[in-house]
Write a protein that binds this ligand. Sequence first.
Ligand code: SAH
Length: 264
Amino acid sequence: MPPFEPGWVWLTGAGPGNPGLVTLLGLHALRHADIIIYDALVNPEILKFARDGAETEYAGKRGGKPSPKQRDISLRLIELARENKRVLRLKGGDPFVFGRGGEEALSLVESNIPFRIVPGISAGIGGLAYAGIPVTHRDTNQTVTFLTGHDANGNVPHGVDWAQIAGGSQVLVIYMALKHASRITQKLLDGGRSGDEPVAIVADASLPGQQVVETTLAQLPQAIEESGIAPPAIVVIGEVVRFRTALNWLEKARGAAGRNAGKE
Ligand code: SAH
């Protein structure tokens, strides 16, 4: 493993939540960091892998207080690196997938702070795998598109050509999709996407409270409302959702564990 040198920032993905989904390089970083600056979506269980005496600092929203400004987080990373600390910036999923990792890395470049990127398992791939949904399968799709349901201001992204998205990709994986689900659904239907297409909503993927709701595109807003499913959640639209019936390994494993427990 590369040494974690003092004065460096390691911008690291923590995966979708399950501690087992942290990479070996991520674990190495946890074991050597002097300070860990972590986001709301990082499972606190993962912080238990930090070395004794490491400091941890929360950089997300807490108790209704507004989240620190992105600029402030970047400045904090720079400050700590200049104090010659080994700074672990820990983010949910992959730092470069809808995670503002690029913005933080650019501010480190501007300030001449050395850094490393440690990729993580993104919720839109690994999280769906925990629901038994492959993002690609040769029989169903040769394309997959990852999109966000929010822009930087929290609105439905309008830099997106929804009609092109609707018609141009067999599978759509939407991060941060719940808030604007009705409007996104409408835009996709208007763009020619079939209302019968299978959809899954996967919340708290890979965590003990993982919840999956299967529905269709036309029924998506109603399914969200009726199930009460809450963020963080990924919405996946496309034929790959049907594989879940056969590939839902996690619930099968839990069922088997339950049956075995019953025998004891
Ligand atoms: N960088 C992260 C994404 C950050 S954006 C990644 O690569 O996964 C935050 C969004 O990610 C959430 O709104 C949700 O859509 C998704 N997400 C993150 N963790 C998740 C989880 N455990 N289960 C479901 N969705 C998750």
